[in-house]
Write a protein that binds this ligand. Structure first.
Ligand SMILES: OC[C@H]1O[C@H](O[C@H]2O[C@H](CO)[C@@H](O)[C@H](O)[C@H]2O)[C@H](O)[C@@H](O)[C@@H]1O
Length: 625
């Protein structure tokens, strides 16, 4: 029986990440980077697919865990009849090689412990040779070597390194694994003293990073944990940001909606960037822009909607049939076919993110503007094309209303770059384009009879992406077309108050090319809360926001979706797309201050993202998404 997704904690070193279960088992780890093959893949199969269990040998009575302060140093306390022990897990922020350290500390009594380190390279199916003796072992196969240092003698057999030992009060035993490439020197000596020093340094590193956070509102603790999570999903060498560190944690338990998120989506990354930027993290914005420019370099017509962490383009999707899948959710996929899709919204997101960066004072860069102009040239002749849409539907291409709205956003930010930031470009032609798109959306994406925007032109289906309309400044939240859309979404897409992206239930029009059924989508539910705030329904916004906050696990982490029937987090974990709107909505409460702040304020809370001068439009002056 698998642990629940919310039973996992995140460790990270800004290159890759691990998931540690509350039972003391590390069940997911890809080395050396986020999208490398996993050496612990038990979460998608079983213990034989690789894991590292470090826990009391006997029956456990209680477990409590927490991060040390504002860091990713995790402490798990296990108690049983013999006493209490603490296991401290962390990955030192990467210097030369990936390292994962575990320290066992006796708190009370004398507790028998066991360590079962089962490395399985290439996603859980290559058992390495293990060489060496005593307290240092080398596990290797093909390009991977993991150097194992144990604070006690260990034994090997069947590709596993095991140790049984006891700890008494005040005693410490440390373990470390370090990954090395084939010709790299193994790491130096290791002992409990070095382990403690590394834990302190790691905690300080994260703590110092948090000191840069400018958010001071009532939700600070939750916001900081979300920001830490977003930082942990950033790939330090390039500035790329992955959507989540996992693959194939299912959107429906036992279902086929299992995707690989260990890549950089332009959409998810730009949202992340804006959350970080607004919380005071400009350096991350500069790094992300560097990543973006490298990723998009070349012919902008070849822009993809997602890339690898270093800007790689070939993300071919395949299945791993040797893995049973989390809770039997098959197939397990690596790579992502969405990389070959057409999603028009990314033009709007990239234009918006670069505009926000400049508006926040990030020094301008000519290459960035050159790329933006080339993207606008392309968009001008392609915005009418049907596409796969924000939800990456694998069904037929459609004229998704949200995609067109984001094309409007692209034109709007291009105009503003010229008018407000004095960049050089054909503003008049972009203004005409903006107006043309606006009229087209209002005519074809709005159902006047039902009083709601619809998922696609001419469709009757609703779509939660429409909740973004005021946040991006297309219309005010109080515009009757928007209040009508919110009312329809409340009626048709909400389950127990949580929002689904669109309807996938049996019997309705099959829009995404997949069997029906998935959970409520957490980002969309935050967007509904934003609409409430912007409509002046602050109490409803707060109630919904706090219900969402209550879905976070004991460590403050969220996955992509929530299964309202089983009351469980589902989907990849932790998910940037869910943590971003938590940060944004919390800031909206703080900045908006409630109903009085309608979008025509001189200083929109949503800096620069709202107001437009396109004729016939009431500015949303919207908030961030
Ligand atoms: O549900 C179908 C699609 O699901 C994934 O996409 C979702 O996650 C992306 C990353 O967070 C997000 O950008 C997108 O908007 C979501 O729909 C999956 O990656 C797709 O391959 C899949 O078609």
């Amino acid at each position: 029986m698998s642990l629940r997704i919310e039973d996992y904690a995140l460790l990270g070193d800004t290159h890759t990440a691990a998931l540690v279960g509350c039972d003391g088992s590390i069940d997911w780890l890809c080395l050396p980077r986020f999208d490398s093959a996993a050496c612990f893949a038990a979460i998608l199969g079983g213990p034989d697919n690789g894991r590292w269990l470090l826990a009391p040998a006997g029956e456990r009575r209680a477990v409590a865990r927490r991060y040390r302060g504002d860091s990713l140093v995790l402490e798990t306390d296990h108690a049983n009849a013999d006493g209490r022990v603490r296991v401290t897990d962390f990955m030192p922020v990467r210097e030369d090689r990936p390292v994962l350290t575990r320290i066992v500390e006796g708190l009370r009594g004398r507790v028998a412990m066991r360590s079962r380190l089962c490395l399985r390279f290439d996603y859980g199916h290559i058992a390495p040779w293990i060489r060496g003796d005593g307290r240092r072992r080398y596990a290797y196969a093909g390009p991977d070597t993991v150097v194992v240092d144990a604070g006690v003698d260990c034994r090997t057999g069947a590709g596993t390194c095991s140790a049984d030992f006891t700890v008494g009060e005040g005693e410490r035993v440390a373990f470390r694994i370090a990954w090395c490439g084939p010709r790299e020197q193994p790491p130096g000596a290791f002992g409990a003293h070095q382990a403690e020093a590394a834990a302190t340094a790691t905690e300080r590193w994260w703590q110092r990073w948090v000191e840069g956070c400018t958010y001071r509102g009532v939700y600070r603790q939750a916001v900081v944990r979300s920001l830490l999570t977003l930082k942990a999903l950033s790939y330090a060498p390039s500035g790329g940001i992955v959507a989540a560190p996992t693959t194939s944690l299912p959107e429906q338990l036992g279902g086929v909606r299992n995707w690989d998120y260990r890549y950089c989506w332009l959409r998810d990354a730009t949202f992340t960037l804006m959350a970080l930027l607004d919380a005071g993290y400009e350096q991350e914005a500069v790094a992300w822009r560097e990543w973006l420019l490298r990723a998009l370099a070349g012919d902008p017509r070849q822009m993809q909607i997602m890339y690898g962490v270093e800007g790689e383009r070939r993300l071919t999707e395949s299945t791993l049939d040797h893995l049973e899948g989390y809770a039997d959710s098959r197939p397990v996929r690596i790579g992502n076919a969405a990389s070959g899709q057409v999603q028009l919204d990314v033009y709007g997101e990239v234009m918006d993110a670069l505009h926000q960066a400049r508006s926040h004072g990030v020094p301008p860069q000519q290459d960035a503007w050159d790329i933006q102009r080339a993207l606008m040239d392309h968009l001008e002749s392609h915005w009418r094309d049907p596409d796969n849409g924000i939800w990456e539907m694998r069904g037929p291409f459609r004229d998704f209303t949200h995609s067109k709205i984001m094309a409007w956003v692209a034109a709007d930010r291009a105009v503003k770059a010229v008018d407000h930031l004095r960049l050089d470009g054909p503003a008049e032609s972009w203004k005409r384009l903006r107006q043309e798109i606006f009229d087209d959306v209002c005519e074809n994406g709005y159902d006047t009879r039902r009083g709601t925007f619809t998922q696609a032109y001419g469709s009757k289906t609703l779509d939660a992406s429409l909740l973004l309309i005021p946040s991006v400044g297309f219309l005010a939240a109080t515009d009757e077309r928007m209040t009508g859309t919110v009312a329809s979404i409340e009626k048709e897409l909400c389950q127990d108050g949580f929002v689904q992206r669109y309807t996938t239930t049996e019997g309705t029009e099959a829009v995404d090319g997949l069997p029906a059924g998935e959970g409520a989508f957490l980002p969309c539910t935050f967007w509904l809360a934003d609409n409430y705030i912007m409509q002046g329904r602050t109490d409803e916004g707060r109630t919904l926001f706090e219900r969402l906050m209550a879905l976070r696990n004991d460590l403050g982490l969220l996955s992509e979706e929530y299964d309202t029937s089983n009351g469980r987090l589902i989907g990849n974990f932790p998910q940037a797309f869910s943590h971003v709107p938590l940060v944004i909505t919390a800031q909206n409460f703080q900045e908006g201050g409630g109903p009085a702040h309608h979008r025509s304020n001189a200083r929109p809370p949503f800096r620069g993202r709202g107001k437009t001068d396109a004729a016939g439009q009431e500015s949303g002056g919207g908030r961030r998404t």
